[in-house]
Each structure stands twice: as C-alpha cells, then as structure tokens.
Ligand binder design. Structure first.
Ligand SMILES: C[S@@+](CC[C@H](N)C(=O)[O-])C[C@H]1O[C@@H](n2cnc3c(N)ncnc32)[C@H](O)[C@@H]1O
Length: 258
C-alpha cells in the first residue's frame, strides 16, 4: 500500500514511522510512506502557506494553493490513480476499526494534514476529499491524526502483523472488546491466571474467552451491544519525503459531514 502524506512538518514523522511494526512493514515493502512538504508547492517566494481569515477572527488559515498544487502534482505520479484522498479534520467522519479496515483495502492513500485554524473551505469543496477525524477533540495539527490513521490502517494490510488472527479477535473487529490476556508466571503477587487458561482444553478456553469478551463489553461499552441504528445515507459527491526526510515530487471521494 502506498501512503502519501502532505504536511507542513515532515520532520514530525520519521521517529514514529522508523520504529517497530511500521518500520518493518516499510522494509518489507508492504507499505510505502512518502512525505510531501506542502511548502514546496507555494508560488510566493517566502514559502508562505497561511493567511488571515476573511471576516476577521483569531489564527491563520491554511491557504488553498499549496494544498491543491501538492495534491495535483501527486496525482500525476505513477501508482496514485486509485489512491483515496483524505483530509484530516475534527469535522470528519470518525475513525473506527471498520473504516480502518475499509481504507486498508485501498491501493493507496493521500493524507492531507491541516494546521493553524484549519483549511480554506475551498480545499474541501474543490478537491472533494474524504474527511476523517480521529475523535471529538482538537489537535494542533493533522500530523498526529495522520500517524494514527497510518498505524490503524497499516496493521490491517496483509502480512504486516505476523499472525492474521491477531486482528481477527481483537477489540472492535467482531463488534466486541477483546477478552483479557495473561502471560507467565501463572501466579504473580498472589494473583492467579484463570485455571481454564492453564488447562490446555482449547474448546473450554475458546468458550471462556467468548464469555469474557461479551461480559467485558457489556460493562465497559454497552453501546457496542446495542443493535445498530440504520445509518443515514452519506452525502457523497462523485469522484494521489519519505520518513527518512527525502522529498518526492509528487483521488478521491468526499464524505463531507457538513
Ligand atoms: C487546530 S485544528 C483546526 C480546528 C478547526 N478550527 C475546527 O474547529 O474545526 C488544526 C488541524 O489539526 C487537525 N486536527 C485537529 N483535530 C483533529 C481531529 N480530531 N482529527 C483529525 N484531525 C484533526 C486538522 O488537520 C486541522 O486542520
């Protein structure tokens, strides 16, 4: 999977993408993450990417031009034809395991990170991206959200995690929270591992886990057990520097909540 990230702060990513599972996934070429500095796409000589809001008010607004030019340049590159364009915004549809799984099946993603007061509205209306929020809170920038999206999506790409079943049983995948885990020793400070897990009886263990999963969900997230309300039809108008720091010059379906 090819993931392009358009950002004003490419230096924020290498640490996060250079460790652990995401690093190995890139080394195995299961995912390829390419960073694009949107300052490279301004036409003014000072590399200015933001300006004061029309109508007044606090803060600065990310201008349309560098975002349009970055996305347009990306779409001319090979392998971006079927990439989904995603704008990270607190006003977008909420990231969930279902959405992460859906995104993991795409050949590519182009993630656009906002900053300051947010995006010039014409980025939404003109580029018609899918808009994704990672939760009901406001971050300083879309970079953090992009990291979360990449991590949630990449681990669902086949081969990224060693054992595919580790995503099959986990929280939210089957609509429930996962059962509790234990490892050695069998007794720690007087707390014993449930006997059934030491029994070697696979059917009993599976039954216990299923019961635990359901009971835990009922206590912690009863909302997950409620039958799903039918979703309203989404408004969806019709429809491309690596972590190491290198910059490569460089489609979409919106899901505007507003
Ligand atoms: C300070 S926020 C702008 C918030 C905007 N003024 C609003 O009230 O909707 C700056 C940028 O951070 C990113 N961001 C902030 N919170 C986010 C969230 N919950 N999910 C995804 N991106 C977020 C977006 O890219 C946003 O453009």
């Amino acid at each position: 999977m090819l993931i392009d990230i358009c950002t004003l702060f490419p230096g924020m990513f290498p640490g996060v993408f250079g460790e652990s599972i995401l690093r190995i996934a890139q080394e195995k070429r299961l995912i390829d993450i390419v960073l694009h500095d949107m300052r490279d796409y301004t036409l003014n000589k000072h590399g200015k990417v933001d300006d004061k809001p029309y109508g007044g008010g606090p803060g600065m607004v990310l201008a349309a031009e560098p975002v349009f030019r970055a996305v347009e340049a990306l779409r001319t590159l090979p392998k971006r034809g079927a990439s989904e364009l995603v704008l990270l915004t607190p006003q977008g549809e909420r990231l969930s395991q279902t959405l992460a799984r859906d995104l993991s099946k795409r050949p590519g993603l182009i993630l656009v990170c906002g900053h300051y007061e947010g995006f010039d509205e014409r980025i939404r209306t003109g580029l018609r991206p899918r808009e994704i929020s990672i939760g009901d809170y406001v971050l300083t920038g879309g970079e953090f959200a992009a990291m979360v999206v990449v991590d949630a999506v990449a681990r669902l790409v086949p081969g990224v995690l060693g054992a595919e079943e580790s995503t099959r049983d986990e929280s939210f995948s089957g609509g429930l929270l996962e059962y509790p885990h234990y490892t050695r020793p069998a007794e720690f400070r007087g707390m014993r591992v449930p006997e059934v897990l030491l029994s070697g009886h696979h059917a009993e263990i599976a039954k216990w886990r299923s019961e635990q999963s359901r009971a835990r969900t009922a206590i912690r997230r009863p909302d997950l057990l409620k039958p799903e309300a039918p979703e309203p039809e989404p408004k969806r108008p019709a429809p491309g520097r690596r972590p190491s720091g290198r910059t490569r010059k460089s489609d979409r379906h919106p899901r505007s909540p507003s």
